[in-house]
Design a protein around this ligand. Structure first.
Ligand SMILES: [Zn+2]
Length: 252
């Protein structure tokens, strides 16, 4: 089945300000933005890197957040997508219509975003996947442009160095972003943080739990103070110790 035609959107200069300001500074130069259905991040230095774009309709919130921190949407140089679930990549087509940023996703999921086909169904459970299929087709964002096919170990200059860590399991091409100079790790959906406890990614939306567990063990080898998620508040101190303890508690 092909995707519905994209709606034409106004240029970002024409957008009205949003009634609430959904942006918080996690550490200097890193901002968390509440998008529709998830959280995006702005990595801010000379240029701006946007990490994830929320569900469809989130583009305006991201641009508002950029203005809120005193910068211009024209400063957005890169967009990095942690994985091709609709609550992370859904705002990408509209954002690309407003800003000409270079966009990257892991090479395992680039075709999912570029293709005219709907995004892959995120439900791991076959019956749920089928029940939700009509809704997902209705809200599918349509194709978007991918300029860079990311691989494990790729590096970007943002905030003194941002390294791509491939963390398959939740999806085949899930990535985390490590900023060793700033002691920050952004894990997307590779982990959850509920009620003050770290947990594996949600079983309902995770393709391969064994692979997801192996990816958490890999993240536990990194050094960082601050840990950021796509659906939860960040852990701002000694986060790597917590992840190591959590990784040790996982079944072998
Ligand atoms: Zn996800």
């Amino acid at each position: 089945m092909t995707k519905p035609a994209l709606n034409r959107r106004p240029a970002w200069q024409e957008l009205r300000p949003l009634p609430f300001r959904p942006c918080i500074e996690v550490v200097p130069g890193l901002y968390q933005v509440r998008t529709r259905a998830s959280r995006a991040y702005l990595v801010v230095d000379a240029g701006i890197t946007v990490i994830d774009t929320g569900a469809p309709g989130s583009g305006e919130r991201i641009l508002e957040a950029v203005r809120d921190i005193g910068r211009s949407p024209e400063d957005i140089r890169d967009i990095i997508i942690t994985h091709a679930h609709i609550d992370h990549v859904g705002g990408l087509p509209e954002l690309q219509r407003w800003v000409p940023a270079r966009t990257g996703i892991h090479l395992a999921e680039a075709r999912d975003v570029e293709s005219d086909e709907p995004l892959p169904n995120p439900f791991a459970h076959a019956l749920l996947a089928r029940i939700c299929e009509p809704y997902l087709l209705r809200v599918d964002p349509g194709p978007a442009r991918i300029d860079v096919y990311l691989r494990d170990g790729d590096e970007f200059p943002a905030l003194g160095g941002m390294r791509i860590i491939h963390v398959p399991g939740h999806t085949p091409g899930s990535i985390a972003l490590h900023f060793p100079e700033r002691g920050v790790l952004i894990v997307g959906d590779a982990m959850q943080y509920r009620f003050g406890r770290l947990m594996p990614p949600h079983r309902l939306f995770t393709r391969d739990m064994a692979q997801a567990t192996a990816s958490i063990r890999r993240l536990a080898e990194l050094d960082f103070d601050t840990l950021c998620f796509s659906h939860f508040r960040p852990i701002v101190r000694d986060a790597d110790l917590k992840v190591r303890e959590f990784a040790r508690s996982l079944p072998a």
